[in-house]
Design a protein around this ligand. Structure first.
Ligand code: SPD
Length: 279
């Protein structure tokens, strides 16, 4: 008999993955963490019954979250990643030779430990000496830290439920802005406009109160239900399409998805999103 793992959406629809084996199942202080080996998506990280990332399609999400910001910020010497316990986002950051320090803040040490053991193909940069991994609360950090400011901030959180909900809070975004160097760029995952239109819109409004330039963009992530996922690029200056060609050239060869043409294309929004945002 086949074993399936389903993620359900508002009790209306579900995405099911056929499971070969459960590799890990445990409860941390914050959430339920599982890694399953599936037939179609390879190994998959599941948190609180929500699919987080898979060996099969993680590059689509991690490259798209990271590279538009990393190629458009005036400098990328200091980068802050909040969340992203599987290591895919810091891997993408550390592909850039100009990065001097990447601070990653993850509240849940168990996520990192489990991913290091069971998803080593995603987090391939854990030993990079430029990585400064801290297991602390990202919300406290951005509100209270007196560390030097960051050129790029990337928010790689879960859906806005459980501990990840605070990563969608306006005061958290204010803290992030406080930690961003003048002209710096922040990018974040901002949910699916098809599945969570209200969260997507509210997030855009919160960000628009803080940043001069707020530009959502979209890409496919088959693991995330509707496949359509949004990310958002924010800054006070600069333009999301004005990328540094040298920085792009340095990473295109090793990217599975990202290239300069795709960078331009993903910022083109469908009409239903433009209308919802009154653009
Ligand atoms: N619906 C799931 C959204 C998850 C977004 N973050 C995933 C983390 C991958 N590093």
């Amino acid at each position: 008999m086949c074993l399936w793992y389903d993620e359900t959406f508002d009790d209306q629809s579900r995405l099911g993955l056929r499971v070969e084996k459960t590799l890990f199942s445990g409860q941390s202080d914050y959430q339920k963490i599982e890694v399953i080996d599936t037939v179609g998506f390879g190994r998959v990280l599941v948190i609180d019954n929500v699919f987080m990332t898979s060996e099969y399609d993680e590059f689509l999400y991690h490259e798209m979250l990271t590279q538009p910001a990393m190629t458009t910020a005036p400098s990328v010497e200091r980068v802050l990643v909040i969340g992203g316990g599987d290591g895919g986002t810091v891997r993408e950051v550390l592909r850039h030779p100009d990065v001097k320090q990447c601070v990653m803040i993850e509240i849940d040490r168990m996520v990192v430990d489990v991913c290091r053991e069971h998803l080593p193909g995603i987090g391939t940069a854990w030993s990079d000496p430029r990585l400064d991994l801290r297991f602390i609360d990202g919300i406290d950090y951005v509100k209270t830290s007196d560390d030097e400011k960051y050129d790029v901030i990337l928010l790689d959180g879960t859906d806005p439920v459980g501990p990840g909900a605070m990563l969608f809070d306006e005061r958290f975004y204010e803290g992030c802005k406080r930690m961003l160097a003048p002209g710096g760029v922040m990018a974040l995952q901002s949910e699916s406009p098809l599945l969570m239109l209200d969260v997507f819109i509210e997030t855009q409004h919160k960000l628009r109160k803080l940043f001069e330039e707020v530009h959502p963009y979209m890409g496919p992530v088959p693991l995330y239900g509707t496949c359509t996922w949004s990310l958002t690029w924010c800054s006070d200056t600069g333009e999301p399409l004005r990328a540094d060609p040298e920085r792009q050239a340095a990473i295109v060869e090793g990217s599975k998805a990202y290239n300069p043409e795709l960078h331009r294309a993903i910022f083109a929004l469908p009409n239903y999103v433009k209308r919802a945002l009154k653009l």
